[in-house]
Design a protein around this ligand. Structure first.
Ligand code: THU
Length: 298
């Protein structure tokens, strides 16, 4: 079997649902799915346990890429999911589990998935299943038409699977920054920022911006995260992420570049972006060339 499919972050699932229904999509209701991915397989191998619906083992190959992609797959129904999960885990090892709620809609042979993925957030997926003899032209055209109708922007496209997003350590740092950002205290600017720092121990420390009625007393997210790291007894970080709610890439302010440079190295990577979204990775050295530091005091 083959699919043409597209995945994107969905900032407004209620609007996507409304637009899909307005196009005449048929609402097939909500599914709870738990996918267990196994290691050492050619391509990908996952056991899908679904409520309602039962379980199946799915093997598939799909190139990564942002636009509509073709996926080739095999599905095998499973009777005793728990036993198979244990057997495959023992033989191959489990890499990651993806748990989600999926609202399924059908539009002209295209499956529309409104997914709420644990730890990752809201996504929309479009999947056109291709008949065996199809050259995939019609399926691509349908996915593109639906994409336009649902106003899925380029910046929202996601090039990889949910399992990749969960496994990628850079994504984990962006997710931590994103979670902190949601708690930002920003009654004056309304501009939420979150930062996450990975210490050499592997522990991730986070911070959000904290504003003040006496405006200059406000504190940036990076400063908050550095404070959390130091309060926990650490004195360095090896990687950082900064996430803002209102812009795709939030460049750290000049002052924070100086603050970060105190406890990070010239080569320390800083990820700017959003979980699952486009990302720009720069080093502290690139952010703050010719910086003043402890070396100059010595
Ligand atoms: N802000 C940060 O938290 N980090 C930065 O690097 C850029 C700016 C905050 C400060 C203020 O609360 C809001 O964003 C608007 O400037």
């Amino acid at each position: 079997m083959r699919n043409v499919e597209l995945k994107a972050r969905d900032p407004d699932p209620a609007r996507t649902l409304e637009r899909s229904l307005a196009l005449g999509a048929e609402d097939r209701g909500e599914l709870v799915q738990r996918d267990t991915y196994f290691a050492r397989s050619r391509g990908r191998l996952k056991l899908r346990e679904q409520e309602p619906g039962g379980a199946e083992l799915i093997a598939y190959v799909r190139p990564d890429g942002e636009a509509a992609r073709v996926s080739a797959y095999e599905r095998a129904p499973v009777g005793d999911a728990a036993a198979l999960r244990r057997a495959l885990d023992a033989a191959l090892g489990t890499t990651v589990v993806v748990a989600k709620r999926r609202r399924l809609l059908l539009w002209d042979g295209v499956r529309i998935h409104l997914d709420e993925v644990e730890e990752l957030g809201s996504f929309v997926e479009l999947e056109a299943v291709a008949p065996e003899d199809s050259d995939l032209g019609a399926e691509r055209a349908k996915v593109e038409r639906l994409r336009a109708e649902l106003a899925i922007e380029d910046a929202a496209l996601v090039a990889v699977g949910y399992s990749d997003l969960l496994l990628d350590p850079d994504e984990a740092l962006l997710r931590a920054a994103d979670a902190a950002m949601r708690n930002a205290y920003v009654p004056y600017s309304g501009f939420k920022v979150g930062a996450a720092l990975r210490a050499p121990s592997g522990v991730i420390y986070t911070g959000a911006n904290v504003e003040n009625a006496a405006y200059p007393q406000s504190q940036c997210a990076e400063a908050s995260a550095l404070g959390a790291l130091v309060a926990a007894g650490e004195t360095a970080f090896v990687e950082a992420a900064v996430v803002a709610e209102r812009i795709d890439l939030c460049p750290p302010c000049g002052g924070c570049r100086q603050r970060l440079s105190e406890l990070g190295g010239l080569e320390t990577r800083v990820h700017l972006g959003r979980p699952g979204g486009p990302r720009r990775t720069v080093t502290l050295g690139e952010l703050l060339p010719l910086s003043f530091g402890s070396k100059d005091l010595a």
